[in-house]
Design a binder for this molecule. Structure first.
Ligand SMILES: NC(=O)c1ccc[n+]([C@@H]2O[C@H](COP(=O)([O-])OP(=O)(O)OC[C@H]3O[C@@H](n4cnc5c(N)ncnc54)[C@H](OP(=O)(O)O)[C@@H]3O)[C@@H](O)[C@H]2O)c1
Length: 259
């Protein structure tokens, strides 16, 4: 049985580019009303041309106190929330900087969980809803220089698991989304944030592991139609991450070959 998305509202964070923007387009194609948010107004306004009249733009920073509640207040009756805004950090253990580490967690974990938890209250009242939290394949294993990012995505995945069990009796689905390398602004933004001229992550990632954001977007829509615990867009990476989890001694040398 698949759920009809026609006329339902989805709130998407981080919709000004990449996976968020592609997901908004894919959801609008399915007849969903989109509430899109990010800090940059211009790309959000440009996206509205693709989404049709039935969309709402809310500009702001999800890490600011009170913004997530404001977002939900202006969104109306929301069926689904794709908690997608996130950023990376390229920093080794020896370069550890507490402030930057905290910034990663502030966006990727604290703001994400706050929004999901606040949205869950209304969904429980409605006895219906779907929360999708954007983790990563790197929530399952870690790579050098990305400890803060991998840790943040593992934390988000763990919270998604808890929410899934807690909210199931109220007919609220919770899914974690696990993109592999996706061609978006993510890598340039990570490099800039880390003080690097270019992202070593992007250059080290083999091309067969890089996907267009539309692939993640379509998988998210499929999950909205037929809810499942985890959204993956690469069977091979899903298998690799399972093997890495089962054989931690072997995973290090293999990961190092790509680093
Ligand atoms: N690209 C990949 O290879 C990859 C792989 C696995 C997982 N992911 C995850 O996928 C999600 C989307 O990333 P992407 O690849 O689409 O990257 P992206 O193109 O850089 O998109 C990130 C989005 O987050 C928004 N954002 C950043 N900080 C924000 C803040 N403080 N408040 C509100 N919005 C904020 C950005 O918009 P503004 O700058 O306008 O605010 C942008 O719309 C992230 O959670 C990322 O960790 C990406």
């Amino acid at each position: 049985m698949s759920i009809s998305l026609e006329g339902k509202t989805i709130l998407i964070t981080g919709a000004s580019s990449g996976i968020g923007a592609a997901t908004a387009r894919a959801c609008a194609k399915r007849g969903m009303r989109c509430v899109i948010t990010a800090r940059r107004k211009e790309p959000l306004q440009a996206l509205t041309n693709d989404l049709g009249a039935d969309c709402t733009v809310v500009v702001g920073d999800v890490t600011e106190d009170g913004f997530n509640q404001h977002l939900l207040d202006v969104s109306g009756d929301v069926y689904a929330v794709f908690v997608n805004a996130g950023h990376g950090l390229e920093q080794t253990t020896l370069q550890f900087n507490l402030k930057q580490f905290q910034e990663v967690f502030r966006l990727n974990v604290f703001a994400a969980v706050e929004l999901a938890a606040q949205a869950a209250k209304k969904m429980v009242e409605n006895n219906s809803g779907h929360l999708l939290l954007c983790a990563s394949c790197l929530s399952k294993f870690a790579t050098p220089s990305h400890g803060a990012y991998c840790a943040s995505k593992s934390a988000l995945e763990a919270i998604a698991k808890t929410m899934r069990i807690e909210l199931k009796p109220n007919n609220v689905f919770v899914s974690s989304v696990h993109p592999i390398g996706t061609k978006t602004e993510f890598f340039d933004e990570s490099a800039k944030r880390s003080g690097n001229a270019q992202s070593d992550f992007a250059s080290q990632t083999p091309s067969w592991l890089m996907q267009p954001p539309e692939r993640v977007a379509n998988a998210v829509v499929e999950c909205l139609r037929k809810p499942k615990p985890e959204v993956w867009t690469s069977i091979s990476m899903r298998l690799i991450s399972t093997v890495f989890g089962a054989f931690p001694r072997a995973s290090g040398p293999i990961i190092n070959r790509f680093s």
